[in-house]
Write a protein of this length. Structure first.
Lengths: 399, 399
């Protein structure tokens, strides 16, 4: 049998994925499992999007342009302008989800051996996309005691080598819910400028900022217009993860040229998804406000509930719909598996994401889990109760 | 400005793409342009697929499983069995179009510096996908005088090095329309076995075989079950290129493991496309027969018409919906551009694909063009007339 690629072999499997069989087994045994592990909202997709799909009046479901349907890109331009992201339609390339946007950004900018600096914990799949490009992620730990604020800029400086090509941030942050402050973003801007780096900025959660603090897009930073590559997606804000529509936005023409070669090779992003995404951009203010209020409410409920459990600590997430909480446990991988495999409370249990998968530095995240508040409050209440009861009897409890 | 990746810079731009601005300009000047350049059929998508989309009854357009929806994969299993491709549901991974299937196959199997042998002319985007994986395509020219039959197996042997990891074929072939014979496939099988290589087999045109000769899938070859990676797509057979649904099929568990890591990183293939694809598998026999008869008719009409033009020669394509014809011209890139930019007949012109883009060996294909018979016969008749008139006056005519 011919041997497979080393690339595939070194690509890490997410700790969440490793737990899926245990969750399935628990369900097959009749246990109810609350999914706090993934960013799949239970919020309804906008009626406008569903109607647009029903009303498709085409005889042929044909290729769309490789860069995306023009009317969608024009509407996205207006959308970005509402956030004072002053980009032109030509700067916007439609991708097959935010995933493809990250992959294409890396492939267009990074060669094998190149390095990017990423504050950790961070979205686990960035590592997979970097591995595809042959590039390496250099992590800088942020700390739960500091609410996962941006690490000191000197720590970034220390990691910069001749192979450093960029910095990647996710803002508001998955998995921590942290929202970078204006002061932090300015420091990043200065660093990017000083070393002439790319700033990959994943801002798919921009609608979900809960504190009075402003959302500062990478595009708000002056003087690095040609360095910024914005990663975006309609998945989270319109609860339509399945349509696979994202965008890559950059004013750097050379990057766009490279990205377009990749886009042309894969022919086109999904046609029907684009139709749904375009309709979603017409969604009522009311829909977005309702979604916002719902998450705001869940966030308070979950975080308050977590901090009431003895030994548990969650910072207050300022954005997105996750929190990274610290638990009095020996090992988050073991604990999350134990919850699925051995524990139940009133024949129910919870599926959480071990934080180890969000750290590149080995050994970090062992006492932390990511909890997505994508379930209704009643379900979050039950989940909190399950967590509390579980911690009372977990054999690996510490502290 | 930070520098972009070398990978992106070496990725070739397809000669077809270079001509698109000229086609757009011609249209903006009021010229009618017949698109013989791309594999975008004008055939209607099955009513079953369109109805399934209209009837979607979901509140949330959520992520589907990374490997694809189970019911779709089960139906595909039955579909493959009809072609005596004896695979199990677990062997089938749903991808975002055939494009992603090729990309993931390369990433899962090939490391930077690895080589794959590909008979040329071949589908231009294979080169882009190989570039993403850092692998190199080693071409073996097939000849129009031999109807683009498989080159002698000794030519393959000559190219094999310690870095050779596989052979890629497209069968029936895009761009030539050639259908590999049983004898040729057996020779390939022996070679694959002898050198323990992967056989990447792109069989997206299996429905379109027009001669009595049998379609031999790579999966029909005995003794190399763990070497075969089948690339497939619903795009062409159901005329639904825009939904972006393909498959990667392999019995090699190690390859599937690597591919699944890539699938999980990009989360899921398009949900709505999968719903359309699943419904398409229920299409009536009549639809497929009508489509088949239509292409059969167009093929005869086009190929007969081409061979009646002085100095033009087209072999009879046995499958797919393309033919690669030889023209009495100096340079196919120049000729195709000239047709769009300078020529018109009754204010109409044609857009053909220069064959240079389908060869990796520099200098080949200069007298050849690929013509897709994806237009109605009346349009093909006009296109043939335009070609005939153009060749009479083209300044670079030779022979």
């Amino acid at each position: 049998m011919p041997s497979v690629s080393k690339r595939g072999e070194i690509m890490p499997e997410s700790p969440i994925r490793k737990l899926v069989p245990f969750a399935n087994k628990a369900k097959s045994e009749g246990k109810k499992v609350y999914h706090l592990n993934i960013g799949q909202p239970d919020i309804a997709t906008p009626a406008e999007a569903l109607a647009a799909i029903k009303n498709i009046d085409r005889e042929i479901l044909e290729y769309s342009p490789s860069e995306g349907i023009l009317s969608l890109r024009e509407k996205l331009t207006d959308y970005y302008h509402r956030f004072k992201i002053d980009v032109a339609t030509e700067d916007i390339i439609v991708t097959t989800g935010g995933s493809e946007a990250v992959t294409f950004a890396f492939l267009a900018c990074l060669d094998p051996g190149d390095e990017i600096i990423v504050p950790e914990p961070s979205y686990a799949n960035y590592t997979a996309f970097a591995t595809i490009a042959g590039a390496e992620i250099k992590p800088i730990p942020s700390k739960i005691e500091e609410g996962f604020a941006l690490p000191p800029i000197e720590k970034f400086e220390e990691l910069i080598t001749p192979r450093t090509k960029g910095i990647l941030i996710c803002n508001p942050n998955n998995p921590t819910g942290y929202l970078y402050t204006r002061a932090e973003m300015k420091k990043l801007r200065d660093l990017i400028k000083k070393h002439n780096l790319f700033l990959f900025s994943d801002e798919v959660y921009r609608e979900f900022c809960y504190s009075g603090a402003p959302y500062i897009s990478a595009f708000h930073l002056e003087g690095i217009e040609n360095n910024v590559i914005l990663i975006d997606s309609v998945s989270k804000r319109y609860s339509e993860c399945g349509i696979r529509i994202g965008t890559l936005v950059t004013q750097n023409e050379k990057v766009r040229e490279n990205v377009m070669k990749l886009c042309q090779a894969r022919l086109s992003p999904p046609l029907i998804g684009q139709i749904a995404a375009e309709a979603s951009l017409d969604v009522s203010e009311e829909y977005l406000l309702n979604v916002y209020d719902e998450y705001l409410d869940r966030r308070k409920f979950l975080v308050d509930g977590l901090n009431r459990i003895e030994g548990v600590y969650s910072p207050i997430p300022m954005g997105a719909f996750y929190t990274l909480a610290k638990l009095p446990i020996d090992d988050s991988d073991k604990f999350c598996q134990w919850l699925l495999e051995e524990f139940s409370y009133e024949n129910e249990t919870i599926f959480m994401a071990p934080a180890t998968g969000f750290y590149t530095t080995p050994g970090l995240g062992k006492q932390e889990v990511r909890i997505a508040y994508v379930l209704k409050k009643e379900e979050l209440a039950k989940s909190l109760r399950i967590l509390e009861e579980a911690l009372k009897v977990y054999p690996g409890r510490v502290g």
